[in-house]
Design a protein around this ligand. Structure first.
Ligand code: 26V
Length: 804
C-alpha cells in the first residue's frame, strides 16, 4: 500500500466510521480512524492464517493468563506490517502528524506488572515466529489504577481506558458462551450432575496480534461478562424489577476491574469468579473448535497444549475434568490422562504468601462440582503417593488441600499434579522451585520440571522504544533489521566496541534519549530532568522484597554527607535517581515507602546547592508507555531484590538491551545477565541465596547492623530527625521501626556492600569511554533475552515435547 492509498483509506474511514471530515475530526476521531485503517490490513492476513487450518502436526498453543499488559497498539501494528513510513507520509500529506496522533493513544493496562507484560511479549513472539496460538484472558472494564500523588501519598483513580472506545477490539456478542456458577450437585456415586444456580455470558472481545514481518496474525481473546436473559428472567418473573436489575449488575461486575494486588492474594469470591469465568469460557472455545474440526476428545493433547500463566487459571484443570466426565461421559482414567497431558504450568514466584490458596468455604459454594473433582484428584494422587512409600508427613505436605489456618485448595499443588510440565522463569528460580517450593513434587516427578528463562520483545523495547539505537544497530551490523528477529546477531556489535565513531554515535543516542525523556517528563509531570547527570533508574512494583528502601536509604546517606561537608561536591558524579512504582492499595509499608521517596525528592530537588549533584525524579503512574521512554534513557539499572526472591525480572533485561549497566544482586535472571555480559560490565553486590538462608538461620538482628554502620545510621537518623517531614518528625517511624526490628527482606544487611558497589559505579562512570564500552557490551551480549528465544524454548521443552 502506498501513501496515497493509505491517505485515501484513512479519510474514508474517518467519514464512514466516525461521520466526520478532516477539518471537523477530533483527536479521538483521528486516533480511531488510524487504528481502523491499520487494523484492516491485519484482518486480511488474519483471515489467511485462520482460514486455512494448519496441516502441520504442531500443537496449537493456548495461553491462559488473567493479565495482559499490552501497551499501546498502533505503532506496534504499523511496525509489524512495515507501514510506519507510509502512514507517516500519508498523514503528513493531510497536514497531520503520526507521532501526535499515536502519542495520545491510551494503553490497555490489563495487568499488574511483570507477569502481565510477559504475557504480552509472548503473544508478540508467538505471532512473529508464526506459531499458531490463542491468548485467553479477561477484558477488564478498568485496568490497573491510575496513580496520583497528593502531598506525596499515593491515591488510586479508576483507569478509564475504555472511555473513548477501543478501536483495536472486535467484540462478538453473538458468539457469547454461557458460564455457570453456584448451585449444588445431584446424583449418586456413579453419575454426578452439577445443577448451577446462576449463569453469565462471556462475550469474546478479540484483539489481533500481528507478528513482526510475519505471515501470522494471532488472536488474543478477552472475555467480557454480561448477564444472560435467563439470569434476569427468573428473578424478573418473580415480580421484583429492582432485583432483576441488581442481578444484571452483579453478572457484569465479574469483568469489571482488575485486582491491583500482586503477590498477596486476598481470597475474595469475586476474584475466584473471574478466574473460573475466563477459564471456563476459554475451555469451551477450545473444545468447540477441536470437535468442530471432527476430532476426538482423546486426541486433545495432540492438538492443543494449554499454558497456565501462574495459578490464576488453574481452575481450568477441574473444569476440563468436569467437561470430559459429566458432559462427554469419559471414564475417570481417560479424562485424567487427557487433562494431565494437556496442561502446563508456569510458576512466577517464590514468596510463600503469593501462592494462591482457595478456602473451601469460598470454592465450595461457587463451584461445588469442581470441589468434588478436586477431592477426587487428590484422593487418586495421595493413593499413588502412599503406594510409592511416602509417609503421612509427606502425604500431608503434598496434599492438594491444606488444613491450617483454614481448609483450602493449594492451587500450585493442583497445577503441578494436573500438568505435563512445570517451569520456573529463570535458571535460579527453577532451581529453587525444584529444591524448595515444590521440592517434594520435583523428587517424585523429576522429568516434569524444567526451566524457561523469561524474555522481552525487541520489537517494542528496542525498535519502538529506542528507534535511534535500532537504526545505529542496523547501520553497524549491515544485516538490515534482520537482527530484530534474530537477536543473537547483536553479538556482531562486539567488533565495533573499540571504534571511536561507533562509540560516539552510541553515546549520542543515549543522550538524545535522555532529552526525549526530559521532554516527556516536563509535559506529563512538570518534572525537570537534568540530562547531564547519570540517570539511575528503579522502576517496578513497590514491594519490600524488591527493596526500594535500600535505594532510598543510600540516596539519603549521600545527601546527608553532602550537606554535612563529608563529601566534596567537586568530586561528585552527578546523578538523577528515577523511581517508578505503584503500591497495592492495601499495602501499608509500600505506601509509606512511596511517601518517603516523595518527601526526600521534595527536599533534594528544592535544594539549589545539592540538586545539580543529586536529585530524584518520581513521576506518578509508571506504565508501559512511560517505560518505553524511560528505559532507553537509563545509564544504570537497579535490580536489587533480596537474593532468592525475584523469580526472574524482565525490566532487568530491557535495560541491559538498551545499554544500561546493572547494579544488582545474584537474583532471578540477573544471574544470567551477569554471566552473559561478563563481571566487568555488571555491578554485583549483596548476599547470595545460600548466604541469606544461613544468615536467617544464625538469627538476623537488623538493629545490630544499624549500630555497626555509621553511613546507614546517618540515613536512618536523618529520617528520624524529621529532615524530610519537618511538620511531623515522627512521620516515618513505622518504616524506621520495621527496618530496625523486622526487615524481613534484609535491606540493612546488604546496605554496606550496596554502598561500596555504588562507589564502583561512580568510578566506572567517571571514565566515559570505559562506561560506554560496558554499555555496548551489554547490548551486544543480551540477545539471549529476546522473548523469541523464550518461546522457542517453550516449543521444544514444553509445548511440542513428544509424549512418551
Ligand atoms: C499474583 C496475584 C495474587 C492475587 C491477586 C492478583 C495477583 C496478580 C498477580 C500475581 C502474580 C504475582 C507474580 C508475578 O507477577 N511474578 C512476576 O513474574 C514475572 C514474569 O515471570 C517475573 O519476572 C517476576 O520476577 C515475578 O515477580
Amino acid at each position: 500500500m502506498d501513501a496515497t492509498h493509505f491517505a485515501d483509506r484513512f479519510t474514508t474511514t474517518l467519514r464512514h466510521l466516525r461521520g466526520v471530515d478532516l477539518h471537523s475530526a477530533s483527536d479521538v476521531d483521528l486516533r480511531t480512524a488510524l487504528a481502523h485503517t491499520v487494523r484492516a490490513e491485519l484482518i486480511d492476513t488474519w483471515q489467511t492464517t485462520h482460514g486455512n487450518p494448519s496441516t502441520t502436526p504442531q500443537r496449537h498453543v493456548a495461553y491462559l493468563s488473567a493479565e495482559y499488559l499490552l501497551g499501546t497498539q498502533t505503532r506496534n501494528a504499523l511496525l509489524a506490517t512495515e507501514l510506519t513510513d507510509t502512514a507517516r507520509e500519508a498523514l503528513a500529506s493531510l497536514g497531520l502528524s503520526l507521532d501526535d496522533i499515536t502519542s495520545r493513544e491510551v494503553e490497555p493496562g490489563l495487568g499488574n506488572g511483570g507477569l502481565g507484560r510477559l504475557a504480552a511479549c509472548f503473544m508478540d513472539s508467538l505471532a512473529t515466529l508464526e506459531i499458531p496460538a490463542t491468548g485467553y484472558g479477561i477484558r477488564y472494564d478498568y485496568g490497573i489504577f491510575r496513580q496520583t500523588f497528593q502531598d506525596g501519598n499515593q491515591h488510586e483513580q479508576p483507569d478509564t481506558w475504555l472511555a473513548h472506545g477501543s478501536p483495536w477490539e472486535i467484540s462478538h456478542p453473538e458468539r457469547a458462551v454461557t458460564v455457570h456458577l453456584g448451585g449444588h450437585v445431584d446424583g449418586d456415586n456413579t453419575t454426578r450432575r452439577w445443577v448451577p444456580e446462576r449463569h453469565v455470558l462471556a462475550i469474546p472481545c478479540d484483539y489481533l496480534v500481528p507478528g513482526y514481518k510475519s505471515h501470522t496474525v494471532n488472536l488474543l481473546r478477552l472475555w467480557s461478562a454480561r448477564a444472560t436473559d435467563a439470569f434476569d428472567l427468573t428473578i424478573f418473573n418473580s415480580g421484583d424489577y429492582e432485583k432483576a436489575v441488581a442481578a444484571r449488575t452483579y453478572a457484569e461486575t465479574i469483568s469489571h476491574v482488575l485486582y491491583p494486588e500482586d503477590s498477596t492474594p486476598q481470597g475474595r469470591t469475586l476474584r475466584l469468579t473471574q478466574q473460573y469465568f475466563f477459564a471456563a469460557a476459554s475451555l469451551h472455545d477450545l473444545l468447540t473448535r477441536h470437535l468442530k474440526a471432527g476430532r476426538s476428545l482423546h486426541t486433545l493433547p495432540d492438538a492443543v497444549t494449554i499454558q497456565l500463566n501462574d495459578t490464576h487459571p488453574v481452575i481450568a484443570i477441574p473444569e476440563l475434568m468436569r467437561l470430559l466426565l459429566d458432559e462427554h461421559g469419559l471414564s475417570w482414567d481417560d479424562a485424567w490422562h487427557i487433562t494431565q497431558q494437556t496442561f502446563n504450568y508456569t510458576c512466577h514466584t517464590l514468596l510463600p504468601e503469593a501462592l494462591e490458596v482457595w478456602p473451601l468455604d469460598i470454592l465450595g459454594p461457587l463451584l461445588p462440582r469442581h470441589l468434588e473433582i478436586i477431592f477426587a484428584i487428590n484422593h487418586h494422587f495421595l493413593d499413588d503417593l502412599r503406594r510409592s512409600g511416602a509417609d503421612e508427613l509427606r502425604v500431608r505436605s503434598m496434599s492438594l488441600i491444606q488444613e491450617h489456618p483454614v481448609r483450602a485448595v493449594r492451587m500450585a499443588h493442583l497445577a503441578t499434579v494436573g500438568s505435563r510440565t512445570v517451569n520456573g522463569v529463570a535458571e535460579l528460580h527453577s532451581e529453587l522451585l525444584r529444591t524448595s517450593v515444590l521440592a517434594q513434587f520435583a523428587s517424585y516427578w523429576p522429568d516434569r520440571f524444567t526451566n524457561v528463562t523469561n524474555g522481552v520483545t525487541p520489537r517494542r523495547f528496542l525498535a519502538l522504544a529506542n528507534p535511534e539505537l535500532a537504526s545505529l544497530i542496523s547501520d553497524t551490523l549491515n544485516v538490515g533489521d534482520r537482527w530484530l528477529k534474530d537477536l543473537d546477531l547483536l553479538r556482531g556489535l562486539e567488533d565495533h566496541v573499540d571504534d571511536p565513531a561507533f562509540i560516539a554515535a552510541f553515546r549520542e543516542v543515549k543522550h538524545n534519549n535522555k532529552e526525549r525523556l526530559a521532554r516527556t517528563l516536563a509535559n506529563r509531570d512538570g518534572i525537570e530532568l537534568n540530562t547531564n547527570a547519570m540517570l539511575d533508574v528503579m522502576v517496578k512494583r513497590l514491594h519490600e522484597y524488591k527493596r526500594q528502601s535500600l535505594r532510598i536509604l543510600h540516596v539519603i546517606t549521600q545527601y546527608a554527607k553532602m550537606k554535612n561537608g563529608l563529601i566534596d561536591l567537586a568530586t561528585v558524579t552527578p546523578r538523577t535517581v528515577f523511581f517508578g512504582a505503584k503500591a497495592a492499595p492495601g499495602y501499608r509499608l509500600a505506601k509509606e515507602t512511596i511517601s518517603l521517596i516523595n518527601a526526600v525528592a521534595t527536599t533534594l530537588n528544592a535544594d539549589d546547592e545539592i540538586r545539580p549533584y543529586l536529585s530524584i525524579a518520581f513521576p506518578a503512574n509508571y506504565n508501559v508507555t512511560l517505560a518505553e521512554t524511560a528505559i532507553p534513557a537509563a545509564d544504570l539499572s537497579e535490580q536489587i531484590s533480596l537474593a532468592g526472591k525475584e523469580a526472574s525480572g524482565t525490566g532487568n533485561m530491557k535495560f541491559a538491551l538498551n545499554g544500561a549497566l546493572t547494579i544488582g544482586t545474584l537474583d532471578g535472571a540477573n544471574v544470567e545477565i551477569r554471566e552473559l555480559v561478563g563481571p566487568d560490565n555488571f555491578f554485583l553486590f549483596g548476599m547470595t541465596e545460600p548466604d541469606v538462608v544461613q544468615r536467617q538461620r544464625d538469627g538476623y538482628h537488623p538493629h545490630t547492623v544499624y549500630e555497626q554502620s555509621a553511613d546507614l545510621a546517618l540515613a536512618i537518623d536523618t529520617i528520624s530527625s524529621g529532615a524530610f517531614s519537618p511538620s511531623e518528625p515522627g512521620r516515618y517511624e513505622s518504616l524506621v521501626s520495621d527496618w530496625l526490628w523486622n526487615d524481613r527482606f534484609m535491606a540493612l544487611a546488604d546496605y554496606e556492600d550496596y554502598a561500596r558497589c555504588q562507589e564502583a559505579v561512580d568510578r566506572h562512570y567517571a571514565n566515559p569511554d570505559q562506561w560506554t564500552r560496558s554499555a555496548i557490551l551489554n547490548v551486544a551480549r543480551t540477545g539471549f533475552f529476546s522473548s523469541d528465544r523464550s518461546i522457542r524454548d517453550y516449543q521444544t521443552r514444553v509445548w511440542q515435547r513428544p509424549t512418551k
